[in-house]
Ligand binder design. Structure first.
Ligand SMILES: CC(=O)SCCNC(=O)CCNC(=O)[C@H](O)C(C)(C)COP(=O)(O)OP(=O)(O)OC[C@H]1O[C@@H](n2cnc3c(N)ncnc32)[C@H](O)[C@@H]1OP(=O)(O)O
Ligand SMILES: N[C@@H](CCO)C(=O)O
Length: 383
């Protein structure tokens, strides 16, 4: 097995890029190669390579799990969970986080260049699945000389990847942490994604996906897609607490009459517009199409003759499932289904529903209880 060397040790994230020859055989029957994977590592691999933790990111996340983002300048998206003294700790663990294939932060995706033509793949990039993302991660781990993961951890779409890992590579996963996630995308999830995709495709700048040459990108469509999706990451209680029906920036009329109109009169509108606009600055519209599609096709039971339990029969991993009580995108019932299936197959699975007013995105926010659960679970596996 060819193995990358790691001369340096860092607690702050090393930016790395691998070009793997492939071919990566995809669920669609297509093959991808070479495969570029952009990833970060934190900490040092121990002598027997038993301290490796793979972190899987969500839909619009990336490899910058605990280091400042090069585009937004913001701290890594899971800095609360990953870092010195945190549950996933570079002082103890060798942490790998890779940009999924199909995305746009350096891994192969629609915006990357097709080596055969020198042009961006655009919509000629093959349709991928969550399992394909996991296969690409396995290729990266082969490249790093990692046979077995101490743990694979992810939230949302990252949780989907984490859950697929022991089904595809049962011998390679010791522990699996799945947060705010599901074993299959529901009709409602698919419906929301389709709204976003249609918004992108209806943007005159989309042009069948070939918009890279002149800089006229489908920003309006992508912003609307993000606005619609962002609502699903929140909760009614969270929105009420944050914004209520409060207005912003409306001028006082001297005669006391009200001003009506279609500007962002409500704070929540202004907030959503901000989320849409800032998203466009950091994400590629075609990647959004590909990754949401991958999530829609995700159904672990379907890939195992309709039985979720069957998917895990070869696995000896320990599992930890976490849901949030206000997450209506991947509600607690979805996690319970997974736990029942794991228990039915005799797997060791712990489950906790945490309370938060912030809906699905609670897994990204301050939640000491989440840290305690993950810390306790990982230490139970004696890392
Ligand atoms: C999961 C992964 O793998 S990575 C991807 C995760 N990252 C994202 O999804 C990024 C976008 N999402 C968010 O920001 C999510 O809400 C969270 C959960 C990540 C962060 O939540 P919070 O810290 O509570 O931030 P919040 O949702 O309040 O958004 C703050 C932003 O809204 C802006 N904002 C707040 N109120 C308003 C308003 N009335 N009008 C306009 N903008 C507003 C703030 O100025 C801030 O802007 P900035 O992000 O450009 O600095
Ligand atoms: N808000 C996060 C989680 C979505 O599941 C993201 O954009 O990736």
């Amino acid at each position: 097995m060819a193995s990358a060397s790691f001369p340096d040790d860092t607690r702050f994230g090393l930016r790395r890029q691998a070009r793997l020859p492939g071919p990566l055989r995809l669920d669609s029957g297509a093959a991808l190669g070479p495969v570029d994977i952009a990833y970060e590592t934190y900490g040092r691999m121990n002598a027997d390579r038993s301290n490796v933790i793979l972190i899987c990111h969500a839909l619009t996340g990336d490899q910058y799990v605990a280091s400042d983002h090069p585009v937004t300048g913001k701290p890594g998206w899971w800095w609360r969970l990953v870092g010195e003294g945190k549950p996933v700790d570079p002082a103890r663990h060798f942490i790998v986080c890779a940009n999924v294939i199909g995305s746009c932060m350096g891994s192969s995706g629609p915006a990357s260049l097709d080596p055969a033509t020198g042009d961006p793949h655009a919509m000629r990039f093959p349709v991928i699945t969550i399992a394909d993302m996991v296969r690409a991660q396995a290729m990266l781990l082969d490249h790093l000389g990692v046979d077995r993961l101490h743990a694979v951890i992810g939230g949302s779409m990252g949780g989907m990847q984490a859950l697929i890992w022991p089904t595809l590579y049962p011998e390679r996963v010791k522990s699996c942490v799945v947060i705010a996630s599901t074993a299959r995308h529901s009709a409602q999830n698919i419906a929301f994604h389709e709204v976003g995709r249609q918004a992108i495709m209806a943007d005159p700048n989309w042009r069948g996906g070939d918009y890279y040459a002149d800089g006229a990108i489908p920003s309006a469509g992508l912003a609307v897609a993000r606005m619609a999706a962002h609502i699903t990451y929140l909760s009614e209680a969270g929105l009420t607490e944050k914004f209520g029906r409060r207005l912003q920036g409306r001028p006082e009329n001297p005669n006391g009459s009200k001003t009506f109109g279609f500007d962002a009169d409500f704070q929540v509108e202004s907030y959503l517009r901000h989320q849409g606009l800032s998203f466009v600055e950091r994400f590629d519209a075609n990647s959004y199409l590909y990754i949401t599609r991958a999530m829609d096709y995700y159904d672990i039971a379907e890939d195992h003759g309709g039985s979720l339990a069957k998917a895990f029969t070869a696995s000896r991993a320990r599992f930890c499932l976490v849901s949030f009580d206000t997450d209506w995108l991947y509600p607690t019932a979805e996690s319970r289904l997974i736990v029942h299936a794991l228990n039915a197959g005799g797997a060791q699975a712990s489950f906790v529903e945490l309370s938060s007013p912030f809906g699905h995105d609670a897994f990204l926010l301050e939640c000491p209880e989440l840290n305690r659960v993950v810390d306790g679970f990982l230490k139970g596996g004696r890392a």
